[in-house]
Structure formats: structure tokens, C-alpha cells
Design a binder for this molecule. Structure first.
Ligand SMILES: [Zn+2]
Ligand SMILES: [Zn+2]
Ligand SMILES: [Zn+2]
Length: 163
């Protein structure tokens, strides 16, 4: 049996604790900022944390429907807006999909490594900020937000492609 460490995602981390840690940190942030992590918002965050896969709003609606929640699309969109707006999740524009943030609470410019085959997403903070910042400085440009989305193959899919 594969361990949780290498069966989910491709970033080395202990998946058995990451969902609980992320939910706990979201709860703490919400209570300290006076935000309401409603049941629906929490469930959407849980779904995003489960597999570290980028998921569209309709994928989430489908899962909720399977669980017997008859959520309407606007409900899911509002929950996603809340999660993204408060730094618990990110939107991946390229895929029009969402992932849970793996570094909540840190001020960071996320860099996403997206597997084009299985849709797994790893978030790293490997910083391009410094070099990008320098280039922008030279042009007198002030960067307010940076999101880097890199597409490729994850180690698992690479192994299948080149056994
Ligand atoms: Zn994990
Ligand atoms: Zn993040
Ligand atoms: Zn893959």
C-alpha cells in the first residue's frame, strides 16, 4: 500500500495531517478576523484539500450533490469567492479552477505546478518575486500581485509515460 505521502499530490508532505491543519488554521483565521466559516464554506474547503487537485465550481457541485447537498451554483461560487478572498484557496486562471492554499496565513505569491495529465497541483512559494521585482523596478512598474502557473507532468504521470 502506498503511503499518504506519495499517493496524493507530488509535493512531499504528510497528507494525513495537512487537511486537519489547514481547516484548523482557516477556523482560527476566521475567528480572529470575525469571518464566518459556514458549514458550506468549510465543506468546499475540505473538498479542495482532499486531493490537491484543481477543481472547477461544477466539479464541486457534483460532489456536493453526491453527498445529498442540493447546492445551487451561486452558493458554490460565493463560497469559493470567500475562500479565495480570504486566502484559503487560489483560483487557477488557466484551468478556471480552484485549489486550497497550502501556505495559508503567509503573505506569498503562489507558484503553481500543474500536471496537465492528472490535474494534480502543487503550490510552491519558490520565489520568482525577487527577480521579477527587479525587472519591474527597472521599468518603473509596481507589482501588486503575481501568480505563476506552470504546466507539465507530475512524477507519477512521467513514470507512466516513460516506464
Ligand atoms: Zn496534503
Ligand atoms: Zn497559497
Ligand atoms: Zn500527473
Amino acid at each position: 500500500m502506498e503511503s499518504a505521502l506519495d499517493s496524493i499530490g507530488f509535493e512531499h508532505h504528510d497528507h494525513s495531517t495537512c487537511m486537519g491543519d489547514a481547516l484548523e488554521s482557516a477556523e482560527q483565521t476566521c475567528s480572529s478576523k470575525g469571518l464566518r466559516l459556514t458549514k458550506g464554506r468549510r465543506r468546499v474547503l475540505e473538498i479542495l484539500l482532499q486531493e490537491h487537485r484543481a477543481m472547477g465550481a461544477y466539479d464541486i457541485l457534483g460532489l456536493l450533490a453526491e453527498e445529498g447537498f442540493r447546492a445551487q451554483p451561486p452558493v458554490v461560487y460565493r463560497a469559493l469567492d470567500f475562500l479565495v478572498g480570504n486566502g484559503f484557496a487560489h483560483k487557477i486562471e488557466k484551468l478556471n479552477a480552484y485549489v486550497a492554499c497550502m501556505h495559508p496565513g503567509d503573505d506569498h505569491s503562489p507558484v503553481f505546478l500543474i500536471c496537465r495529465n492528472c490535474g494534480t497541483v502543487a503550490e510552491t512559494t519558490a520565489s520568482l518575486r525577487a527577480s521579477l521585482g527587479q525587472a519591474a523596478d527597472q521599468m518603473g512598474f509596481v507589482i501588486e500581485a503575481t501568480v505563476v502557473e506552470a504546466e507539465g507532468l507530475c512524477p507519477k504521470c512521467l513514470e507512466v509515460a516513460n516506464p
